[in-house]
Design a protein around this ligand. Structure first.
Ligand SMILES: Cc1cc2nc3c(=O)[nH]c(=O)nc-3n(C[C@H](O)[C@H](O)[C@H](O)COP(=O)(O)OP(=O)(O)OC[C@H]3O[C@@H](n4cnc5c(N)ncnc54)[C@H](O)[C@@H]3O)c2cc1C
Ligand code: FES
Length: 316
């Protein structure tokens, strides 16, 4: 089975919105969950959040940062993706909590519409706060205006909305409003810093972690994180966790395990004259789907030979 891209749109600088025909994912996918795609037989697996579902289609919103996301960005409506596995991970807890604040930074904003919709449906009051470096990087603000009871827009350079960070708005709101739960989704450093605003308040604060993932089913160990001093696998125990219990430094260090291989992989892809065809069939990633370059031994404990199925990777 292959998965057809039904609609491919660039919605911001280097950021793309794709609707993919994937009936099983669309039928069962919920807020907080993700899928893992593989573009072709030799491609790496990459995780992307389920940003919306409609009928048989699922929406992903991604930034083209490296080899696979650039290859994906070059694809167009009518092209097909080899594998779409999901939904993976645990859905968000969308019980009736009261006043919920959803904070999105950068491409993490893509996770908010489906979450806002589910929280509203459960009877919550939802305030969205979204932030990006500048207005060209702001996503889905029209959609969030509709899904949230209130939306506050922030830009680092003041080109749109409040001139500053979502954390500034959150701090002010904590002083004036009764807030019952906060979700923060974005780059790890943004989640770490923003969650400090609620540290001494007792407000339930949830983050959606984004470690490197390979199989997405708890077997390889790549997505190991430490939460409350205990080892967790973000793909099966998360990806949402209590922000105040996450070992942020470990997460950020582990996200940067493979920079040399990622660079090499991106360079090989850039040098390929056929790359604009989208799926080009060239093996830049590992056959096991890890995809961080040629011929290195992955520290996650997986090798080409085990095809990504058996390495426990916990020594990672
Ligand atoms: C649960 C989850 C949900 C995500 N949702 C989104 C999303 O909705 N939109 C989006 O733009 N990005 C999302 N990401 C990040 C996305 O998976 C990476 O940007 C992508 O894998 C980069 O691959 P690449 O080959 O293009 O870049 P590379 O050059 O290979 O890597 C660039 C950086 O991306 C990260 N990365 C690389 N490989 C992986 C991997 N297998 N798993 C996780 N991170 C990796 C690393 O930090 C790396 O330094 C999510 C990550 C996780 C774990
Ligand atoms: S991606 Fe979580 S254990 Fe492999």
């Amino acid at each position: 089975m292959v998965y057809e891209i039904e609609k491919a749109t660039q919605i911001a600088d280097n950021i793309h919105e794709f609707w993919i025909n994937a009936p099983q994912v669309a039928k069962h996918g919920k807020a907080g969950q993700f899928l893992i795609i593989r573009l072709d037989d030799s491609g790496e697996r990459i995780p992307l959040t389920i940003s919306a579902v409609k009928g048989d289609s699922v929406r992903i919103v991604f930034m083209a940062v490296g080899k696979t996301t650039k290859q994906l960005a070059a694809m167009k409506a009518g092209d097909c993706i080899k594998d779409v596995a999901g939904p993976l991970g645990n859905p968000s807890d969308v019980s009736n909590t009261g006043n919920c604040v959803l904070i999105g930074g950068g491409v993490g904003i893509a996770c908010l519409p489906i979450l806002a919709k589910a929280l509203k449906a459960a009877g919550n009051h939802v305030t969205g706060i979204i932030g990006a470096r500048n207005e060209k990087l702001l996503l889905l603000s029209d959609e969030l205006e509709k899904e949230c009871d209130e939306l506050v827009i922030c830009t680092d350079d003041g080109s749109r909305g409040y001139h500053g960070f979502p954390a500034d708005i959150l701090k002010k709101r904590i002083e004036t409003d009764k807030i019952d739960a906060v979700w923060i989704i974005g780059p790890a450093i943004m989640m770490k810093i923003t969650s400090m605003a609620t540290l001494s308040t007792g407000i339930r604060t949830i983050v959606n972690l984004n470690p490197i993932m390979v199989d997405g089913t708890g077997m390889c160990g790549s997505c190991r994180v430490t939460v409350d001093g205990k080892m967790k696998f973000a793909c099966v125990d998360g990806p949402e966790f209590d922000a105040h219990l996450v070992d942020w430094n470990e997460l950020m260090n582990r996200q940067r395990i493979y920079p040399a291989m990622e660079k090499e992989s991106a360079e090989l892809y850039a040098a390929d004259p056929h790359r604009q065809d989208g799926i080009n069939g060239h093996a830049y990633g590992h056959a096991d789907g890890h995809g961080h370059g040629h011929g290195h031994v992955c520290t996650c404990g997986m090798s080409k030979a085990n095809n990504g199925k058996t390495g426990n990777g916990v020594e990672n």
